[in-house]
Design a protein around this ligand. Structure first.
Ligand SMILES: Cc1cc2nc3c(=O)[nH]c(=O)nc-3n(C[C@H](O)[C@H](O)[C@H](O)COP(=O)(O)OP(=O)(O)OC[C@H]3O[C@@H](n4cnc5c(N)ncnc54)[C@H](O)[C@@H]3O)c2cc1C
Length: 405
């Protein structure tokens, strides 16, 4: 996007490992228009500008779709409705009471996708797409290179400094001198001290099945291939891939003491076992189907569940982070905000409360770990207790902060 705005600009993308190896290449592939981690969170945190955020989110998704088409990116991007399924009676009551459009009863949802655990559901059509995330990340990198962007991989940035009019970007291979820096470091340690406690890495895990046979597909229905998730606090998300595998992820959201991103956290056998059990409870008709892939990855959770933005070094450095679990579409908006901020000309995007306010930071250790465990336990209890939130969760709600994936 930096090149598209100004083809004469020299753009260098510096990647510490490989393009798409982190969250962007291993996420669930739900590409949502929401810039606020969903409508409920957006309306709660930004009530006065939610309608604008909704419009900007739809525009952002349409632009992403246009990019995919124009650059011929092979990533199975397609608009698709999503279904939130109720698996507990209190969730059915909540849906009925919501008077929202798209509510399905038990028979209607089971006619779409068949699971004995489904009691009802809600279909959402607007602003929803599914994508092969690694295909998108690699395709965007190819498109950027075709526009003249230089990409260097295996080059971790170790620090930022200003020298004269320029920023100096330190790497093990040497210094990079530049006028402007846009930081998209996601769940990895921030290169700016001010952001050190603003996000925490939360690990999310997923399984991928072998391709389903025609008989197995017939046993689940799913002819409209919607993206699915359930309505609990600790929720599963799942979808079909182009070759009829099921990607099944979510539920556990693991914070490791000290908040470190480490490769060995990408595998968590106890979570994989739990996810597999939940899968066969949902789809007992698929008993015997095996899983070909298991993985996890770090999500940059912030206490307001949606990204925040800003500048440092007198406007020469911009950052966007804190997307929590919904960054596939929103990172494009974040890139635009960073480019606006670096250009120094106010835009509609840079004048929003979304882009001018910051989340409440997390406390340092060991308080962070204890508070997050208390929150996870409370969310789990709420799921088993008809959604009722205990005093701890109600206190967090009152301050507009929390923990999510
Ligand atoms: C398992 C999982 C499932 C998810 N599911 C969904 C989903 O279905 N829908 C959705 O919208 N979102 C989902 N997310 C979140 C989404 O993937 C992220 O919000 C999004 O990909 C963030 O993109 P990014 O480019 O900011 O970060 P990343 O993809 O993490 O990329 C950041 C890159 O910066 C590099 N980097 C960091 N620090 C440095 C440094 N100092 N020097 C050099 N390079 C550095 C890293 O190596 C990394 O490659 C999921 C995430 C996970 C882990």
């Amino acid at each position: 996007m930096a090149k598209e705005r100004d083809p004469a600009r020299d753009v260098l993308l510096v990647e510490g490992a490989r393009i798409g190896w982190a969250a962007s290449g291993r996420n669930g592939g739900f590409c949502d228009a929401s810039l606020t981690h969903g409508k409920i969170n957006g309306r709660e945190k930004f009530p006065n500008e939610y309608d604008t955020l909704h419009r900007l989110g739809l525009e952002n998704l349409a632009e992403l779709e246009k990019t995919v088409t124009e650059y011929g990116i092979d990533c199975d991007f397609h608009r698709s409705s999503t279904i939130g399924v109720a698996t507990r009676p209190y969730q059915v009551e909540m849906l009925k009471a919501s008077s929202l459009p798209g509510v399905l009863d038990r028979d209607q949802i089971r006619a779409e996708v068949d699971s004995p655990t489904y009691l009802g559901g809600i279909v959402q059509d607007e602003g929803k797409a599914l994508v092969d995330p690694a295909g998108l990340a690699w395709g965007l990198a190819d498109a950027a290179e075709r526009l003249g962007v230089r990409i260097v991989e295996d080059t971790p940035v170790t620090g930022l400094r200003r020298r004269g009019q320029h920023m100096v970007v330190d790497t093990p291979g040497g210094e990079i001198h530049t006028r402007h820096v846009a930081l998209g470091t996601n769940a990895f340690p921030s290169l700016l001290k001010r952001n050190a406690l603003a996000t925490i890495p939360v690990y999310d895990y997923a399984l991928m099945t072998e391709p389903l046979s025609a008989e197995q597909m017939a046993a689940v229905g799913w002819r409209n291939r919607q993206g699915m998730s359930d309505l609990a606090n600790q929720f599963h998300y799942y979808r079909l891939t182009a070759d009829n595998r099921i990607l099944w992820g979510g539920y556990d959201a693991i914070y490791n003491f000290g908040g470190r991103v480490r490769r060995h956290h990408d595998q968590r056998p106890e979570t994989f076992t739990k996810l597999a059990e939940h899968f066969f409870t949902t789809f007992p008709q698929l008993e015997g189907l095996s899983f070909s892939h298991r993985w996890g990855g770090a999500i940059d959770t912030c206490s307001r569940f949606c990204a925040f933005y800003g500048t440092a070094y007198s406007g020469q450095v911009a950052y966007a982070l804190g997307y929590t679990g919904l960054g596939v579409g929103a990172t494009r908006f974040g890139a635009n905000v960073m480019l606006d901020l670096l250009a120094g000309t106010p835009t509609e995007r840079t004048s929003l409360r979304l882009t001018t306010t910051r989340p409440v930071p997390f406390p340092p250790e060991p308080i962070a770990w204890a508070a997050i465990q208390a929150t996870r336990l409370s969310l789990n209890r709420a799921d088993d207790n008809e959604g009722r939130r205990n005093l701890w969760l109600r206190t967090l709600d009152r301050f507009g902060v929390g923990f999510d994936s």
